[in-house]
Design a binder for this molecule. Structure first.
Ligand SMILES: Nc1ncnc2c1ncn2[C@@H]1O[C@H](COP(=O)(O)OP(=O)(O)O)[C@@H](O)[C@H]1O
Ligand SMILES: [Mg+2]
Length: 253
């Protein structure tokens, strides 16, 4: 499978390039801290492939942004990483990473296509960092059924043998049951919370649902949070990732 994983297409013009190697220094540092925290959750020298789900209570909290940047950050260390856009209702990894959207996960789950046909490569601009991406694909009428299908389980089992980390960019927990169902096949979940965005009750509900499913919560990412004396890092002065280090894992039970 290794040699068949080739880039499928040229970058898509006009896509969001404020990710991965294009992030600010402070944002990159925040993702390095997130990476370290994630790696510490598993035994040192862990030979197992770890499947990590990224979810949130609501849409637009930053799941896809964080999934993509975490994948990049792990790949920077030489880890063999696969990012799967598992939010088939609102796939966005293909836009952020500038890869072709189709065929992708939906096509893999809905047909007998070879896995390699849906795998793209994220290659950094200086060709220093590289990881694999399975984009969302053709949006299906039944994303819940596909994501929670036996086929998805089998796909993840197969992919485990080829990677160190598989990052699943999941739908939000609040909207549909997909994220909770698939979370049982992960080694743990990261829950993203965008600052000043999510009502406390909805967030608590999200956490409770994951806990009820008995899936480990690896930690929380506060996206866009303040750091230090009210200073914000990240894209210009508006956003920040810099509180990952301090918040990440602090709610871990
Ligand atoms: N920290 C951040 N700084 C700047 N823009 C952000 C940040 N986090 C998310 N965004 C932007 O907010 C929008 C929603 O983020 P996204 O990652 O797609 O959310 P989700 O996957 O949870 O729906 C996107 O346009 C993304 O580029
Ligand atoms: Mg998303």
């Amino acid at each position: 499978m290794e040699d068949k994983r080739k880039s499928k297409a040229a970058p898509i013009a006009g896509a969001n390039d404020r990710v991965c190697e294009h992030l600010s220094f402070a944002a990159k540092e925040a993702f390095k801290r997130l990476r370290t925290n994630v790696m510490l959750k598993f035994p040192e020298g862990d030979p197992e492939c770890r499947i990590i789900g990224v979810t949130s209570a609501q849409p637009s909290e930053g799941k896809s942004t964080i999934s993509l940047n975490l994948s990049y950050s792990l790949a920077e260390l030489g880890k063999n990483v696969l990012l799967i856009d598992s939010d088939m209702r609102r796939p966005s990894i293909h836009i952020k990473a500038r890869v072709e959207k189709e065929p992708g996960l939906a096509d893999l789950l809905g047909s007998s296509n070879a896995i390699a046909s849906s795998v793209r490569k994220y290659q950094s601009s200086k060709n220093e960092t590289c990881f694999d991406i399975i984009p969302g694909g053709n949006i299906p009428p039944n994303p819940s059924e596909l994501l929670t299908s036996k086929r998805m389980e089998t796909l993840l089992k197969t992919l485990r043998s080829a990677y160190d980390y598989i990052i699943l960019d999941l739908p939000p927990v609040g909207a549909v049951i997909d994220a909770i169902s698939i979370s049982k096949q992960t080694d743990g979940m990261i829950v993203v919370l965008r600052e000043n965005n999510c009502p406390v009750g909805i967030f608590r509900d999200c956490v409770a649902q994951i806990q009820e499913a008995n899936v480990p919560i690896l930690g929380f990412v506060i996206n866009g949070a303040l750091e230090g004396a009210g200073k914000k890092y990240g894209y210009g002065s508006k956003y920040g990732y810099s509180s990952y280090g301090s918040y990440y894992g602090s709610y871990y039970k």
